[in-house]
Ligand binder design. Structure first.
Ligand code: AMO
Length: 436
């Protein structure tokens, strides 16, 4: 009766309860029987704890359980303490063992099995740590932007036209009308600059990418920012730098156990992240590393080499690649402004941010003048009627503005050394995966 009134203790709190009787609740993470002595590892939201007993009727792994027992210092136990089991109660027994032993899971060992059984493998300590770090990262993104006067918005994910161009749109049937899943909140976040001037959104977006790579998902979490009354895309890069610094500061403060578990080190975010134009970047990787860059952008190898160059020469893991050619940017991107004030037809104010060898952000200044926008839509051979709901707002004094978007899974994966963005999402959608 006395123990029934015990409050729940978290595994993390055991050191504060040495010598006391505590009640732990969680999942049976692992169990071992050593000649009559039984060891169990209980996992709760705060970590794991070892408990030791005998004569216990142990359920299958992943059963949810309650353990009551005395806390004892034990140097070999995880966290330095163990619980000597006085009673074990099975709250809900697992009806079958998990298809893989959770304590033994590693990235990329049987990756398909891990994803097929994601409902339970996502409970794994590393899997959970990655998602926890991402949650902290998103919280930091929000908090920092709010502190700089940004307002959170929510824009439609069912849309009538693509925002980013390309063929990677998911068509859907909207009561008999053609519609699409949103590729990005781009057009709506720009419209909302007319309301709040500084806005951000945290929401999934959809890309019908047919290829399976370690950096592409068909549904990913986009961390979007848009701000009005800027001078140029430099203002946008400055904000992004501060956002990244705030993210790393929060992770340092709040995600140490997860970072340690994953063996991850946080990057320093320099006050000024180096900036190099795309043209110069292409030349650099060709001249320094002998890599001939195909296409109009940087290919993945060029991104890797450019990051390597900045790590070696400036000791930074971030670099902005700026002044993208028009041909490599969407129709809404603002042209570079020549010294005489005219618009450069070939170069834009679009940029990417590379982190540890991979593009994690695109951004730039946007076209804000109605006639210029209509001209761009015509140049890109897009249908002005399908974009009329967007272009309309440019009749009403849209200020110079710009923004950026961070792919949350790419940033998480690069931060934590996770080899594939699929493991930086609880339930990834890829070319072959619609469940769970
Ligand atoms: P972009 O299309 O470059 O730009 O996307 C921005 C960032 O989103 C991430 N990303 C992806 N992550 C996982 N899987 C994908 N298939 C995928 N595609 C993109 C990347 C990328 O840098 N509207 C612009 C942003 C802006 O200018 O504000 C846009 O969507 O990290």
């Amino acid at each position: 009766a006395a123990t029934a009134r015990l409050q729940r203790t978290l595994t993390r709190e055991l050191p504060q309860h040495e010598g006391q009787t505590v009640k732990l609740q969680g999942f049976l993470h692992a169990r071992r029987d050593l000649g009559g002595v039984q060891f169990l590892v209980l996992r709760d939201v705060s970590g794991v704890a070892q408990a030791v007993g005998s004569g216990l009727d142990l359920p299958l792994p992943e059963s949810s359980i309650e353990v009551i027992g005395k806390v004892k210092a034990h140097p070999k136990a995880p966290g330095g303490f163990e619980v000597q089991v006085e009673s074990l109660r099975v709250l809900t027994p697992a009806t079958q063992p998990p298809p893989v032993e959770l304590p033994k899971m590693e990235w990329n060992v049987n990756p398909e099995t891990l994803l097929d059984y994601r409902v339970v493998t996502v409970r794994g300590l590393k899997e959970r740590a990655a998602l926890k770090v991402q949650a902290e990262l998103v919280a930091a993104f929000r908090d920092h932007l709010i502190s700089e006067g940004f307002t959170e918005i929510s824009t439609p994910k069912i849309v009538s036209a693509g925002a980013e161009g390309g063929a990677n749109l998911f068509p859907i049937d909207y009561f008999g009308h053609p519609a699409y899943l949103a590729q990005s909140p781009q057009l709506y976040k720009q419209i909302m600059v007319g309301v709040f001037e500084r806005v951000f959104e945290v929401a999934p977006v959809y890309r019908a990418e047919e290829h399976a790579t370690s950096r592409h998902l068909n549904e990913y979490l986009s961390l979007d920012v848009e701000m009005g009354f800027i001078e140029s895309e430099e203002d946008v890069m400055d904000i992004e730098t501060r956002v990244l610094a705030a993210i790393m500061a929060r992770l340092k403060e709040r995600a140490q156990p997860e970072l340690a578990l994953l063996g991850a080190t946080l990057p320093e975010v320099p006050a000024h992240i180096p900036r190099i134009t795309l043209l110069e970047a292409r030349q650099l990787v060709t001249e320094k590393y002998g890599h001939a860059v195909g296409g109009k952008d940087l290919d993945p190898e060029a991104e890797r080499l450019l990051s390597q160059h900045y790590a070696e020469t400036e000791g930074t893991e971030f670099v902005f690649v700026t002044k993208y050619p028009r041909a490599a940017r969407p129709f809404y991107t603002h042209a570079e402004i020549n010294e005489d004030g005219s618009l450069n037809p070939d170069i834009t104010r679009g940029f990417d941010l590379l982190f540890r060898g991979i593009e994690i952000t695109s951004g730039g200044q946007r076209i804000h003048e109605y006639p210029v926008l209509l001209e761009s839509i015509a140049d890109y051979k897009l249908n002005p009627e399908s974009l009329a709901g967007y272009t309309e707002v440019f009749k009403y004094g849209m200020p110079p503005h710009g923004g950026f978007a961070i792919g949350a899974e790419r940033l998480t994966a690069r931060l934590l050394g996770i080899p594939n963005v699929r493991y930086a999402r609880a339930f990834p959608r890829d070319r072959h995966r619609l469940t769970p």
